[in-house]
Design a protein around this ligand. Sequence first.
Ligand SMILES: [Zn+2]
Length: 157
Amino acid sequence: MKELRWGETPWDKMSRKELLREVEMMWSAIDSAGAVLVNLQLTDKDHPYWNTGPGGTALEKCNQVRDKIAAEYHKEDVYKAFFRYSDSLLFKASTSIGHWYNWLVCSDCDWMCTTDILKYATIGGSEAEGTCPACNGKFRAITWEDMSPVKKEKKDG
Ligand SMILES: [Zn+2]
C-alpha cells in the first residue's frame, strides 16, 4: 500500500496520458451516477436526503462536474464522439452486471457494433461467429487506436 503525505494525491505522479484516462473514467462514472441520482431524486424530491442530506450533496457534486462540460459542449456530442465507445476500454466488463456493452469493429471496413447487436441479430450466432453485414469481414474487439481522431493507414489495403 502506498502512503500519501499531506497535500499529495494519488494522481500527482501520473503522465498526461494516464491522467487523461483517469479523467475519462471519472467523467464517465460521474455522468452515469449523476443521471441515476436525478432519477432517484424524482421519486421523493422533497425528502431531506435530497435537500440537506448526502443525496443532495452527491447530486450537486455530479452536477457541478457535468455543468462545466455542458456549458462548453453539447452533451450528446461528448458522448457520441468518445464515451459511447471508449467505455468498453475504460472499464472492465463486470460479471455482476447483466447488461454490458462491448464494442466490436470490423477488421475490413471499420463498421462498429456492440456484442449485444451480434447476440440478438441474425448476422451471427455469437461474437466469434459474427460477420460484418456490410462486407462479411470478421469482427475484433475495439482498441484505443480505433478511438484515435486520426486513423492509421491500413497495411496492404
Ligand atoms: Zn465490414
